[in-house]
Design a protein around this ligand. Structure first.
Ligand code: GDP
Length: 441
């Protein structure tokens, strides 16, 4: 995960700070020197780091902090506040035109940044919010890009407007807006062509579109894995065509995270969303405060909850809740629950968002460990899954052979199920009054 190494280093600095009852000016300076090194190693822009440390130091060496009962905590709080400030203070929503007016969004970026994928992801977000988005294939140089947009659009249930590769992008955009007006779409998202590097032709094409149609938002897609290059690209696009915000992709990868911390400070433009994987659901709104908590290893419980709300199948979850209340939970439900967890990105993704869990970078959680459990359940007959009480020794032996495991593992799983049921029988009193939405609030 991004930031792992930065988080680990910051946590060490903070551990030292917390362990001291009182802090001297040189304690704070020494700690901030380490914070500075950690940020630079995470590939945060040099000037950004310099300013950041200066601001934190001025605040941290103030009288209030040094004389407080918990100076270490106060310094950590200041670092947190300033990290939030650096990334933009508040969550920025993509601005949309009011009422039924059509909002035109121009998506731009270098080739390979993830623009086409992100465009489809974004369309999905708008659809979820009850909007009617139309995707427009303006990349006429790469036929594969048109096809990729069509495939992804279909997966998202969002129509794609295309005129093939024989027309100018500006004319395609104009025709798409007309099509949107006639067919009741209220958001038009233009997927423009990228190039391997910043080049004049690409910029001219984008400027031509912006000069001739009413583009409401220009959004740049950049790849977090490219570190400071991403920041430079953002600066150049902003200078040449003017951008309203940035979507940072591939933050799920092994990036050091510097781009996330520098873009806003360098360009003055906010990060709107972050790409967290290749799946079309892997796009998260960017919240500076939550990102700061995540970087400091304080977890990101709110994003986790939102992810659960977006990916958990409400109907199944509700049915499951009812079964749990009645202690009717069986192995079929167990499979369902595991499926839901997988949809949320697996156990390691869930754990990384929990406070205090901050997984060290060298520990990998093996989500495949659940496969063994699944294999056992898959080797059961339908009847056995819904009524584990009938699992006698000969049935268990057959299941173990089918799943390729030792019979003791089958016994253990069956025992766990019995214990869970026992626990559920004792739970109804605790679960009273929890409404559907109340689960997560
Ligand atoms: P484009 O050339 O900018 O349109 O880039 P594409 O949309 O074709 O994406 C390039 C590659 O990056 C594809 O393999 C995508 O699946 C992948 N990709 C895009 N966004 C993300 C992300 O957030 N995380 C990861 N891991 N991969 C991504």
């Amino acid at each position: 995960m991004a930031f792992d190494s930065l988080t680990e280093k910051l946590q060490n600095v903070f551990k030292n700070l917390r362990s001291k009852g009182s802090l001297t000016e040189s304690d704070v300076k020494a700690a901030l020197k380490e914070v500075k090194m950690a940020l630079l190693e995470a590939d945060v822009n040099f000037k950004v780091v310099k300013n950041f440390i200066k601001t934190v130091q001025e605040r941290a060496i103030g009288q209030d902090v040094m004389n407080s009962l918990t100076p270490g905590q106060m310094v950590i709080k200041i670092v947190n506040d300033e990290l939030v400030n650096l990334m933009g203070d508040e969550t920025t929503e993509i601005s949309l035109k009011p009422g039924s007016e059509i909002t035109v969004i121009l998506m731009c970026g270098l080739q390979g940044a993830g623009k086409t994928t992100t465009t489809a992801k974004l369309a999905g977000k708008f659809k979820q919010k009850g909007k009617k988005p139309l995707l427009v294939a303006c990349d006429i140089y790469r036929p594969a890009a048109i096809e990729q947009l069509q495939v992804n659009g279909e997966k998202q249930g969002v129509p794609v407007f295309s005129m093939g590769s024989g027309h100018k992008p500006l004319n395609i955009a104009k025709a798409a807006i007309e099509h949107a007006e006639k067919n009741g779409f209220n958001i038009v998202i233009l997927d423009t062509a990228g190039r391997l590097h910043i080049d004049e032709d690409m910029m001219t094409e984008l400027v031509e579109i912006k000069e001739n149609i009413d583009v409401h938002q220009s959004i740049l897609v950049v790849d977090a894995m490219t570190g400071q290059d991403a920041v430079n690209v953002a600066e150049m696009f902003n200078n040449k065509i003017g951008i309203d915000g940035v979507i940072l992709t591939k933050l799920d990868g092994d990036t050091r995270g510097g781009a996330a911390l520098s873009i806003r400070a360098v360009t003055g433009r906010p990060i709107l969303y972050v790409g967290m994987g290749e799946k079309l659901s892997d796009l998260e709104q960017f919240h500076p405060d939550r990102m700061a908590s995540r970087i400091l290893g304080m977890g990101d419980v709110l994003s986790l909850i939102e992810k659960a709300e977006a990916t958990i199948d409400e109907e199944k979850a509700e049915a499951l809740g009812k079964k749990i209340k009645k202690a009717e939970f069986d192995f079929n439900d167990f499979l369902d629950a595991m499926e839901q967890m997988r949809n949320m990105g697996g156990l390691s993704s869930i754990l990384s968002m929990l406070p205090g869990v901050g997984l060290p970078s060298d520990i990998e959680i093996d989500d495949n460990a659940f496969k063994g459990v699944e294999a056992i359940i898959f080797s059961m007959t339908k009847e056995e899954r819904s009524n584990p009480a009938i699992l006698n020794p000969s049935r268990k032996k057959r299941i173990a052979t089918g799943a390729g495991v030792d019979i003791s593992e089958v016994n253990r799983l069956v025992k766990q199920m019995e214990q869970m049921k026992k626990m559920m029988k004792q739970m109804p009193g605790m679960m009273k009054g929890k409404g559907k939405k109340g689960r997560f609030r």
